[in-house]
Design a protein around this ligand. Structure first.
Ligand SMILES: Nc1nc2c(ncn2[C@@H]2O[C@H](COP(=O)(O)OP(=O)(O)OP(=O)(O)O)[C@@H](O)[C@H]2O)c(=O)[nH]1
Ligand SMILES: [Mg+2]
Length: 305
């Protein structure tokens, strides 16, 4: 469909269409494409073609709705999950891209993201699942995700955005951090003033960031990781090396019993003896009971019957 001269809006909509991950998104993109179609006569056939496609897709979606099939994607929540939220165009997807292996669509028009984008942030042998949500004011913003997530990463580009975001977070229980994005557009004086205001008025941890010049990306990752307050446990079978990937435990559920159950119920049922080496042990290979509290970076050796 490259023959007619298309406007940037049309091209953007077409890109959206091609990258869409659901029929609902595809339908929206088609709608946009039709809206921005060239009006001249030579494009008539193309217009008709798009309209036919639109009608077909719309009736397909309606049939699915009637039969009760959900078009919503199901996200399996990982041990550590964070949710990026904010107003449209604040740079949520740009930040997801820096933090994780995801490759979301980023663009300077509004409501680019119409579908939760999922990525994994790797940090010190752990993995944090990060979900970039459609903007809070978008009809696709999913409060279920923000209400159940472990950490809310709130993206703003000015302070007036906070009261606009807060109403969407009434039922959210998660910890929060604020990223002041696009800080490359601020000068030092502005930054200093903002920092003072944030510190005195808003108690949430916050950080300046620029997706354009992400110099403090490591610092941002550390700030995110720290919020989870998790401990890393390396499990071990007798006469074998310890696991290289830690098991994630969340205090107060950090006893030996919790750890064994987390590996498997079967292990817990057959557990005979547990030995710990590391920060929670008085000496290497200490024999401990089920109620022993583990600490970050402990190596736990389970002996079964
Ligand atoms: N100057 C500057 N521009 C940025 C920065 N971060 C993002 N942008 C630009 O801002 C625009 C929006 O970025 P996105 O990441 O798509 O924003 P979003 O919040 O995901 O937007 P929606 O999904 O549409 O709600 C793009 O043109 C980005 O290139 C930044 O730190 N500095
Ligand atoms: Mg986006």
């Amino acid at each position: 469909m490259a023959s007619t001269n298309q406007s940037p809006e049309y091209q953007a909509a077409e890109k959206h269409y091609l990258l869409a991950q659901s029929d609902k998104e595809r339908l929206e993109a088609l709608e946009e494409m039709i809206k921005h179609m060239p009006q001249h006569k030579s494009a008539e056939k193309m217009r008709a073609n798009l309209k036919t496609r639109y009608k077909k897709l719309k009736s397909k979606i309606e049939t699915q709705k009637k039969s009760g099939k959900s078009t919503q994607q199901i996200i399996k929540k990982q041990d550590m999950q964070a949710n990026i939220i904010g107003l449209t165009n604040s740079g949520k997807s740009s930040i997801l891209k820096h933090l994780t292996n995801a490759n979301p669509l980023i663009a300077n028009y509004q409501f680019t993201t119409t579908h939760p984008q999922i990525g994994t942030m790797f940090y010190q042998e752990t993995q944090i699942q990060i979900i970039d949500q459609p903007a809070v004011e978008s009809e696709y913003f999913d409060q279920n995700i923000s209400n159940t997530t472990d950490l809310l990463i709130i993206i703003i580009t000015n302070l007036e955005q906070l009261p606009k975001i807060n109403p969407f977070l009434k039922k959210a229980k998660a910890k929060k951090i604020i990223i002041y994005n696009k800080s490359d557009l601020l000068n030092q004086t502005e930054k200093r003033k903002l920092e003072a205001t944030m510190k005195s008025k808003i108690k949430t941890p916050f950080i300046f960031f620029s997706s354009k010049y992400p110099d403090n990306l490591q610092e941002l990752k550390e700030l995110i990781f720290k919020q989870f307050n998790i401990i890393r446990i390396y499990t071990k079978e007798p006469h074998k090396p310890a696991s290289t990937k830690p098991m994630i435990m969340k205090p107060p559920k950090n006893t030996v019993e919790d750890a064994a159950k987390k590996v498997s119920n079967q292990l817990f049922q057959t557990l005979k003896e547990t030995r710990v080496t590391g920060p929670s042990a008085k000496f290497p290979n200490q024999k401990v009971g089920l109620k022993h509290e583990l600490k970050d970076k402990d190596i736990v050796e389970f002996h079964t019957r």
